[in-house]
Design a protein around this ligand. Structure first.
Ligand SMILES: Cc1cc2nc3c(=O)[nH]c(=O)nc-3n(C[C@H](O)[C@H](O)[C@H](O)COP(=O)(O)O)c2cc1C
Length: 393
């Protein structure tokens, strides 16, 4: 483990607020962008519990430039979102430049993040996400262009990446330096390779190495923070300036209250009983109806959250199954009313890993991608055509 001048005792951390350009984030916590999860509804639930930056679901630059209705929904924010944070995906400097310019000129965002961490085959097969930093020229071009356009509007631009494609093709240290030199406001590292998907353990030592390699730009650590204690442990072990929390808050938007307490040096933790969880589920569903303006779609969406919300709580098999296929708000109300509302917080059974895990697999890449660290002329043309026009992922 890297030795840092961070106290290792149980004393308060005293981590300064996180500075992202001109934005000061008092609690140095970021809700990780999660496609299909971090929409306006979920972001509202999270920020009602604590402070931080709450990043939207990834939107592809091309879809945004084309103003598809779905991409316009993905970049929309509630009027009271103080830091409107948008995550862009792109494999093409020109398109990302246009997308950032659009966000800046039309005042859609206060902070922009670029996605270089997605391991999903449909993305990496086209050279995007976690595959992209392997191509140093293209990565440099995309980050420089995005920073240039964001800077015109005074917006901080950050990048989020993985360690690399696999252990033999690590990219994070070089990519971090390139991004720092391009003028990004922060660099976030998910301590896994693309091959790992979400399996195994996040490598916090790699996060510490990046922190040491980039003393002059904020570094944010990401991966396997399931509790406030994990967040504090990551800061102590790696020296990062802030943490990015993804799956740990699925079904637990109150984790942001714990994180805020912990960073303020308090041991207070939010331990909701059944009645509070049931109320959160119903409110989440109602907010999703607002988000999608479509009850059917909203209820289909809330189903995937049920197992996360009720992890560790006594629910009963039949009721669990009914909740996981709930069709309307009215039915949801009826099902929730069948729960034992006197149920108390189940303790550690409600905590720990949740959400996507998966097994390691070889990352799908364009043919010959690993042969060279730069993009050939023909590859460039293919990439421009490969810019995804769909969103999420
Ligand atoms: C359902 C899901 C969707 C995700 N979507 C995105 C995304 O759109 N953009 C992105 O950069 N990362 C995405 N991620 C990765 C997370 O932001 C985060 O890096 C990863 O989950 C590791 O952090 P964790 O261990 O705290 O969950 C997604 C992860 C999950 C589980």
């Amino acid at each position: 483990m890297t030795v840092l001048d961070i106290p290792t005792s149980e004393t308060k951390l005293d981590l300064p607020p996180l500075k992202l350009g001109n934005i000061t984030v008092e609690t140095p916590v970021v809700l990780a962008p999660m496609a299909g999860i971090t929409n306006t509804a979920f972001r509202r639930l999270c920020r009602e519990h604590g402070g931080g930056v709450f990043v939207s679901e990834m939107v592809t630059s091309r879809a945004l430039v084309e103003r598809t209705p779905e991409s316009m929904r993905l970049i929309s924010h509630d009027p009271d979102e103080k830091i409107r944070s948008v995550q862009l995906y792109s494999v093409d400097p020109e398109t990302v430049g246009k997308a950032v310019r659009m966000l800046v000129e039309e005042d859609h965002a206060d902070h922009i993040d670029l996605n270089f961490g997605c391991p999903v085959a449909k993305v990496t097969r086209r050279g995007g996400g976690a595959a992209l930093p392997w191509k140093l020229d293209l990565f440099t071009d995309i980050v420089q262009t995005a920073v240039r356009e964001a800077t015109k509007g005074g917006l901080p631009l950050t990048i989020k990446m993985r360690k690399g494609i696999d252990e033999d093709h690590l990219t994070y240290l070089e990519a971090g330096r390139i991004a720092r030199d391009a003028g990004v406001a922060a660099v976030a590292l998910h301590g896994r390779t693309a091959n790992q998907f979400y399996s195994g353990k996040a490598d916090w030592d790699a996060i510490a190495r990046l922190r040491e390699a980039l003393p002059d730009v904020p570094v944010l650590g990401n991966g396997d923070i399931w509790s406030a204690e994990d967040a504090i442990a990551m800061v102590r072990q790696t020296g990062v300036d802030g943490v990015v929390v993804g799956r740990g808050c699925q079904g637990r938007p109150w984790l942001f209250a714990d994180l805020m307490s912990a960073f303020e040096g308090s041991d207070e933790r939010h331990k909701p009983g059944m009645a509070e969880v049931a109320a959160a589920v119903y409110r989440h569903a109602e907010l999703l109806v607002d988000t999608f303006d479509d009850e059917n779609k909203a209820l289909r969406d809330i189903r995937k959250h049920m197992a996360w919300y009720f992890k560790g709580y006594v629910v009963g098999g039949e009721l669990r199954a009914a909740l996981a296929s709930v069709p309307t708000l009215e039915v949801l109300r009826g099902l929730l009313d069948q729960l034992d509302m006197s149920g108390e917080y189940p303790g550690s059974d409600a905590e720990g890993p949740r959400g996507r895990a998966g097994t390691p697999k070889r990352t799908a890449l364009p043919a010959g991608w690993l042969d060279s660290r730069t993009v050939s002329g023909s590859e460039k043309e293919e990439l421009t055509g490969a810019e995804l026009d769909s969103s999420g992922g």
